[in-house]
Ligand binder design. Sequence first.
Ligand SMILES: *[C@@H]1O[C@H](CO)[C@@H](O)[C@H](O)[C@H]1NC(C)=O
Ligand SMILES: *[C@@H]1O[C@H](CO)[C@@H](O)[C@H](O)[C@H]1NC(C)=O
Ligand SMILES: *[C@@H]1O[C@H](CO)[C@@H](O)[C@H](O)[C@H]1NC(C)=O
Ligand SMILES: *[C@@H]1O[C@H](CO)[C@@H](O)[C@H](O)[C@H]1NC(C)=O
Ligand SMILES: *[C@@H]1O[C@H](CO)[C@@H](O)[C@H](O)[C@H]1NC(C)=O
Length: 949
Amino acid sequence: MILVIFLTVCSFTSAIVLKDNGYEDVNIVIQDSVEPNWTLIERIKKVFTDASRRLFEATENRVYYRRINIILPKTWTVKGENNFKVQSLLVKGYVTVEEGILKQPHVRQQGCGEEGQYMYLTPSFLLKNGSTIYGKHESVIVHEWGHLRWGLFDEYAQQDHTRFYQHDGKWEPTRCTAKVEGRVGFGFRCGDSQSLKYCDVNNASRSMFGKCRFCPSISQSANTSIMSFQLVQSIAMFCDKDEPATPEWQRHNRRAPTMQNKMCKGKSAWEVMREHEDFSNGASPVLTEDTDTSPEFVIIQEAEAKRVLVLDISSSMNGESRIEHLHDAGVYVLQEVLRNGSWLGIVWFSRSATQKNEIVQITDDSVREKLIQKLPSNGRGGTCIGCGISLAIQMLEATFTSMKGCEIILMSDGKDGNANQLTTATQKAISNGVVITAVSISQAADPRMINIASDTGGKHFTYLDRGRISFAAVFSEAVSGLVTETDNQALTILSESLRVPSDRLHFTFQIETGLGESTSISVLTSLNVILNMTFVGTESYFEYSNVGKSLTWTVEHLKPGEYIVTVISSNHHTWDYIVKSLPSEPHPILVTSRLSTTKFDFSLQSADLPVLYVDVTKGKAPVVGAIIEAHVEASSNLCTLSPKDNGQDPDSLESDGIYSVYLLPKCLTNGRLNIRVTVNGQANNTYAIKFINGALSEDENEAGPEVISEGFQRFSLPEPIFVESFSSSTSDIVAPGQITDVNILNIVTVMTSKGERRNFTISWTATGNDMNIGQASSYEIRYADDIDTIVDNFSSAKTLDIGNVSLTPKQSGMTETIVISVNAEETYVDTAYLGIAAVDEAGNQGKVSNIVSVVVAKGFRMSFEGETNYTETEDEIITAPVTTTSRSNVDDNHIGLIVGVSAGVVIGMVVIGLILFLVLRKRREQSSKEASGMGQTSPHEHVNVSFVA
Ligand SMILES: *[C@@H]1O[C@H](CO)[C@@H](O)[C@H](O)[C@H]1NC(C)=O
Ligand SMILES: *[C@@H]1O[C@H](CO)[C@@H](O)[C@H](O)[C@H]1NC(C)=O
Ligand SMILES: *[C@@H]1O[C@H](CO)[C@@H](O)[C@H](O)[C@H]1NC(C)=O
Ligand SMILES: *[C@@H]1O[C@H](CO)[C@@H](O)[C@H](O)[C@H]1NC(C)=O
Ligand SMILES: *[C@@H]1O[C@H](CO)[C@@H](O)[C@H](O)[C@H]1NC(C)=O
């Protein structure tokens, strides 16, 4: 029985709660771009009811969905009296439903075991009756739930060079468990009859052809992990530790080069899940099979925000003109950012709190004007943050029937003088579901504000009297938009604070197609002056003047192009400016940024350095090729970083639209650090890729990337980080980064007088000295004949003796290619596992790389043959004597194909999408030239004609 009730609350908590085996407050957010359609709601109920059962079975009767909120946008008409509106503030862990340009269900995820940002499902996926190309709905949802809730990773191959791995004399397809049945061949369906002869898994004496794939049988008796092939009908479980206590059908495949193994250090799904609070310490004990797992569905409609500003007016706020900056930023936010229909009250506090404006709905400019009059302009007295929060809660209580989801925007620069009051007030906020967003003003602000924000489900921001981040930018981030309108809110294009006094300001900005509605160009100054603004675009010219401390020029429809803004003032002073614009078309380019942690204690050296992640998407498709700068600021600009989406540590996957970078010690200091992120897309050099490693599909995705043919700009401000126990005198404590892409480029086998000899050409991308910056000092290459030793106990594995040959690590980002040779007298039916760690000059050793396996024979000898300049067109491969029996009957074309293999592997490491196409085309041209020079058919031509269709 599915219950539907309409809620009478102000909102719901933002976090998913697990109570007595049932997940409550799982939020499914329908975006306002989705046309109202109640069939969709019925389908969501059906699909999630099935998913709840599947989740219950897959977790061995331990968890299911008990209550699911379906959150509707304001554009939907909710019938009858049940039209209850709520306000929401979702930070993470929700399901978003919208029809993006990318169709694959997927989750935006971070590290192993960490909660993901969101799960994305399209209406067309949900509305499809019966099985989809991704398998059954419930299997897809449980697969994505594994990513979203428990931070599990995929257990299928992500890239060409990880589709197969060498094991006991054969090529094994990447999968979990290793018992999953299927076919090997070309394309997603492995259908091509010719492919049989090229995708020979029994021949480990040569590379596997890059086009070969494994296609699991859709119906089969073997169990597969939900994180592996959710499209297989017999899936039922998550893999567990590979040990005798685990039933054989459930044993994790540690050897396969999956993201799960790479990100979670070889742990199975269940090992990661058992460490999660949902299952740890006996949480969620096993229930009986007849448990009713049908969720209750609650329909909620999102409403405008209900907020109280709680502003510090203590005497310290007079320092550095803080109260003035707060006032001016407040004027900007009240005039330009807060939406009509939203509610606002104002509280001032020093030693005690005063209501300066009751909570009113912002309906027109006169209300805004009245509220602006209530912004403080000078400070006096002490600091009682708790007094301010208590009063705001009283006001909310008096105004609304329920306070759940109502919001307090707290701004303070002081230490609270009354600790008890603060604790009591925060507790009251938590018990009433009031979310507190805190803005710390200056380094002196009470560090407890960070906890107040996170404990109540709010965000924390910082305004530091210095640097190039304006108070207006911080204030507008603190009043976030609606969760059902993510594709439909004003985007910040530029924002900067210029603190060197000047009588003029000059900047340019760019509007791309799809943007340009209600573009506002705002300038804030520190003095009352006459401002003359001129504004020049390709087809437009505007002039605008104002007397005062600010000027905003709003243009209803701005054409795409570049605009030059010049402002001349009657005096010298500091400047802030912000340019915002609304999308004019669906699927704008969106940028969000976040840090892996908002607190970092340097005395815990074992902790990884903080990582900045910047997401760039368009209609949920990853945008690649953007140039990102992250300016880290404390009391001065500490450093500028360039987050990359290249798959190198700390970036987990290339071309997924998540750009990542470590905050190295040189970018750190004690206290609060703010990061100003600017994103630039160059015309025709950025691409929206319509493929992501989401739910595996039965069909190949044929959609090419969308070229973004105009330049674009975005500004983003992540929550700041608070650093403790940092000492700049600390010696080199930062180890080299983890190498993440070790792979076999080529295998050559020859018979020698003593038996067989195999040369493995192995390649990886060099990491740096400090994480991925600079150049490491040496490599430690080790191997073992069992996987557990190399993964869990690297230092006890055998060191590959590199003898007198020198192997100096290259600069970070460059490709290393080496040859390892294996000699043995017996048949090659065993396996050795190889891992690499980079070491710096201080002896710090980086994390062990991904593991690559090579087929060996009993009593093998592995030796290092040196570096090589291997390329796919190297003659050696074609002319190498073919003497093993398995290769003796190979025809010319086949040998040609081995060339193709290598090219395929190299290409596989590059990018999916246009970048790939370009590379492919270039290689194809180059290679056909070379091939024709050699007087034989180009392997690539052959491949293309026969197999790519
Ligand atoms: C809702 O979606 C269903 C399934 O796609 C479709 O058949 C129906 O016409 C839609 N209804 C409306 C009102 O658009
Ligand atoms: C601003 O423009 C007005 C009218 O065009 C002009 O009189 C004034 O001198 C200008 N002020 C500055 C500072 O350029
Ligand atoms: C981008 O490509 C389009 C189509 O090829 C072309 O018209 C346009 O001029 C290019 N833009 C730039 C800045 O090169
Ligand atoms: C294996 O590598 C070594 C060193 O590079 C080389 O001398 C030898 O010829 C190679 N063997 C084959 C079969 O390529
Ligand atoms: C690879 O090429 C570079 C530049 O051409 C050369 O300096 C180096 O010696 C070559 N290395 C090997 C192992 O052939």
